[in-house]
Design a protein around this ligand. Structure first.
Ligand code: UD1
Length: 432
């Protein structure tokens, strides 16, 4: 097991390039199973969730070839199995996209109940409601989901809750259905649009992704032999934007889509820091004074993303004044505040609300990444803190960020990954 050791109080400075979006990639890989052919996926983040998904897909009979650090081909001509390895699928959330894809392609599928970050109850009733409305039979029991169909027939599906996963899963299941499927009240996140673009590049007819209604006209067959580049990661870009603000730094962030970052930019300006779009795919963020307090409510896109709430929490923990964050998506997303309090923050949370009484300094401490984005937030906190921070449970962070410590190191952070049992692991070389 590894841990990160950070010597803090470093204002981050320099340039960083954003990878492809995790949450788009983990849907596009299963989507590639819808075709009887070969697809090339570029700008793929090289993260553990993607590697795990590749392993599961190979178990189903597809062949994956890494052609560079961030590109693969998927040959899905020979899908020989529709039962995904239960233990592997339980390890993360996005394994549920195999249900929509394999229902469409093969008519039957079995996966383990999806896992993922422990952010509260994560029901999949909206996914099941969608599959059943299209004509599938879904059985859930003993930690396994099994879905079968004679045929899928397009229909109108109203989503009771705005769900990223259910919206994508219903799109995957309906592209090869007979007739037209309408999804009312879908999620509108950038990765929804990206998955729709990928499906359309394969010959699907998906319209309206990113708006309040998605219309999918079923087609008989999808074609392969395309090359597709995954959209840049909104959350990774936002993480570095907030790291620039928290550390009173100055960062140029490249390969992002600035339109997707407007909700973060607006908050950065509100608290007295600076964000300037240099062109459509580059943003410059800097901060030269202590940010002021602000209130945040997380919302589905285009609202403030729940996946940036912990990173924003770090900024507000050191802001001038008292801030309130209302987390409207997940029940248990304030676990990181206990860790920040170990570093001297003054945060009280109850249910979906947390109150941040801003302190002028955080202090280094041993802390634990309770989930993926909490881990990113603790890295930012460690970079800002006075003294040495040790972050444990890195497996959460590695699920979603490629080379995170390398990227922060290039921005000037004094951050090292060491083995937990290394006797010298508390010693950090300070770059001059
Ligand atoms: C995805 C993201 C996750 C992000 C979340 C919200 C991936 C792999 N993960 O998760 O990082 O935090 O979107 O932006 O893309 N819900 C139901 N029934 C359902 C489905 C969801 O009640 O069938 C509820 C959830 O409990 C939650 C809300 O809807 O309160 C949003 O969940 P959803 O958008 O589905 O999140 P995920 O797709 O799991």
């Amino acid at each position: 097991m590894d841990k990160l050791v950070i010597k803090g109080k470093t204002p981050l400075k320099g340039e960083v390039t954003i990878n492809g979006a995790k949450n788009a990639a983990v849907a596009i890989l299963p989507a590639a199973l819808l075709i009887d052919g070969i697809t090339t996926i570029e700008n793929l983040p090289n993260i553990s969730d993607v590697k795990l998904l590749c392993e599961i897909i190979e178990n189903l009979g597809a062949k994956i070839t890494w052609i560079s650090n961030n590109a693969i081909t998927i040959d899905s001509r020979n899908i020989s199995c529709t039962q995904a390895p239960i233990e592997l699928t339980r390890k993360f959330r996005a394994s549920y996209y195999l249900i929509g894809a394999l229902l469409g392609r093969c008519g039957e599928v079995q996966v383990g109940m999806p896992g993922g970050c422990k952010l509260g109850a994560r029901p999949i009733d909206q996914h099941i409601k969608g599959f059943e409305a299209l004509g599938a039979k879904v059985e859930v029991g003993q930690g396994i989901i099994k879905a079968t169909r004679e045929k899928l027939i397009g229909t109108n599906i109203y989503m009771d809750i705005v769900s990223v996963g259910a919206t994508i899963n219903i799109m995957l299941a309906s592209v090869l259905a007979e007739g037209t499927t309408i999804i009312d009240n879908p999620a509108k996140e950038p990765h929804i649009v990206d998955v729709a673009n990928f499906l359309n590049a394969l010959g699907a007819d998906v319209r309206g992704a990113g708006t309040d209604v998605i219309k999918i006209n079923g087609v008989q067959k999808l074609e392969g032999n395309i090359t597709y580049s995954v959209v840049p990661d909104q959350i990774e870009a936002g993480t570095f934007m907030l790291a620039a603000v928290a550390s009173h730094g100055d960062i140029i962030i490249r390969n992002c889509i600035t339109k997707h970052l407007e909700c973060i930019t607006a908050k950065i300006l509100e608290i007295g820091a600076h964000a300037e779009e240099l062109d459509g795919d580059t943003i410059h963020v800097w901060c030269n004074k202590r940010p002021t307090k602000a209130n945040i409510k997380t919302l589905p896109y285009p609202g403030f993303p729940t996946d940036l709430q912990p990173q924003m929490g770090v900024v507000l923990s050191m802001a001038n004044g008292t801030s309130i964050i209302n987390e409207s998506i997940w029940e248990s997303r304030f676990q990181y505040t206990d860790e920040l309090n170990k570093m001297g923050a003054k945060i009280t949370s109850q249910g979906k609300t947390a109150i941040f009484e801003g302190v002028s300094t955080l202090y280094g401490a041993p802390v634990s990444a309770t989930d993926l984005r909490a881990g990113a937030a603790l890295i930012i906190a460690g970079i800002c803190a006075d003294g040495i921070t040790e972050i444990h449970n890195l497996e959460h962070i590695d699920r979603g960020y490629e080379n995170i410590e390398e990227k922060f190191r290039k921005l000037g952070a004094n951050i090292t990954r060491v083995k937990e049992d290394d006797p010298n692991n508390h010693l950090v070389d300070l770059p001059e």
